[in-house]
Design a protein around this ligand. Structure first.
Ligand code: GCU
Length: 326
């Protein structure tokens, strides 16, 4: 007991004084996600499991099912709605079918830089968005940075002209599909876990993702050309069923939120390290990274902004995001 007490006290002195007075009610939360256990976000969730146990003196447990064993985010988010699962991880694109506000994250070149992105995700705008799907059956309790998504393919893509006729896998949303079309390609809605085989068999020519996902899915083995066009920044979210949330008592919620906040901080540091590392590992595995002229991509994608201007809800989110930090 003393040892546990000590580790806990060192790590989270504030939390300890807040929660040690009464015994926390025991609960086990089941969390399924589609990432490989080696992925930054998967590691972050493992760390959160530990923090949650420490903060609650072992009373609050996370049982994690990684690697898509319960299906992709679409399926796991539906399981949350049906009360068949407590928690999952979904990217903003995967949340979009349930709550349209998340579509702003699919807008290309919306963020000035990673500081701007983080100020949005962890500021008023981002926090407000996280609660929006409550009535739909879930809320997000942590947001994770996911760098920038770029195109990778079996041949170099240096400008939109190189995308002509290419089949590119996307997390299918109206915005991502239109983005590929505007660049002259054909969007292919393939689940994350099936992209490797689709690339290998030539069903698709390329896909788009950040460096850690490119490397940890081994897509690098079958699509060696990574263009650093950095078209979107799409965060990942840790999501809990509204039903599960309501079943927790106040103390459990406070502890869960504290562990969630700790996980956000941990993930940001880990992410920055991992992007550099995974980029190097991808190169060792045979990848070539290309610096491309982003302005050509930006210009080709301008119609997405013209469309958004006609949608008052979306236009308002874009305006709020653009004004953050200005
Ligand atoms: C990202 C993200 C995942 C998402 C995946 C995808 O890497 O972290 O949440 O599922 O992209 O493209 O499907």
């Amino acid at each position: 007991l003393t040892k546990k007490f000590l580790t806990c006290a060192l790590a989270v002195p504030f939390a300890l004084s807040a929660y040690s007075a009464s015994a926390v009610e025991a609960v086990t939360l089941r969390l399924a996600h589609n990432l490989d256990p080696s992925h930054v976000v998967a590691k972050t969730l493992e760390k959160m499991k530990q923090d949650l146990a420490d903060l609650s003196d072992g009373q609050m447990k996370l049982r994690i099912y990684p690697g898509g064993q319960m299906g992709g985010p679409r399926e796991t988010l539906e399981m949350l709605q049906q009360g068949a699962l407590d928690m999952t991880k979904g990217s903003a694109s995967e949340m979009e079918p349930f709550e349209s506000a998340f579509s702003v994250f699919s807008m290309p070149y919306l963020f000035r830089d990673s500081d701007h992105f983080r100020s949005v995700l962890y500021g008023d705008v981002g926090r407000e968005m996280m609660k929006l799907p409550e009535e739909k059956g879930f809320i997000a309790i942590a947001g994770y940075v996911a760098g920038e998504r770029s195109f990778y393919a079996k041949k170099p893509i240096k400008s939109p002209a190189d995308m002509e006729g290419l089949k590119i896998r996307v997390v299918s949303t109206p915005t991502t599909n239109r983005m590929i079309e505007l660049l002259g390609g054909a969007p292919a809605p393939i689940p994350f876990g099936e992209v490797y085989t689709a690339l290998q068999q030539g069903v698709i020519d390329g896909a788009e993702n950040n460096e850690p996902s490119y490397y940890h899915t081994r897509h690098v083995e079958v699509a060696k050309h990574y263009s650093q066009d950095q078209h979107t920044s799409v965060p990942d979210y840790l999501v809990i069923a509204t039903q599960t949330w309501e079943n927790l008592d106040q103390e459990q919620r406070d502890i869960l939120m504290e562990a969630a906040e700790m996980s956000e901080k941990y993930q940001q540091v880990l992410w920055d390290e991992q992007v550099k590392l995974d980029r190097e590992k991808a190169m060792e595995a045979g990848a070539t990274f290309y610096d491309v002229d982003k302005t050509t991509f930006r210009a080709a994608l301008q119609p997405l902004y013209d469309d958004a201007a006609k949608n008052p809800g979306k236009a308002a989110w874009i305006e709020r995001i653009e004004s953050v930090g200005k």
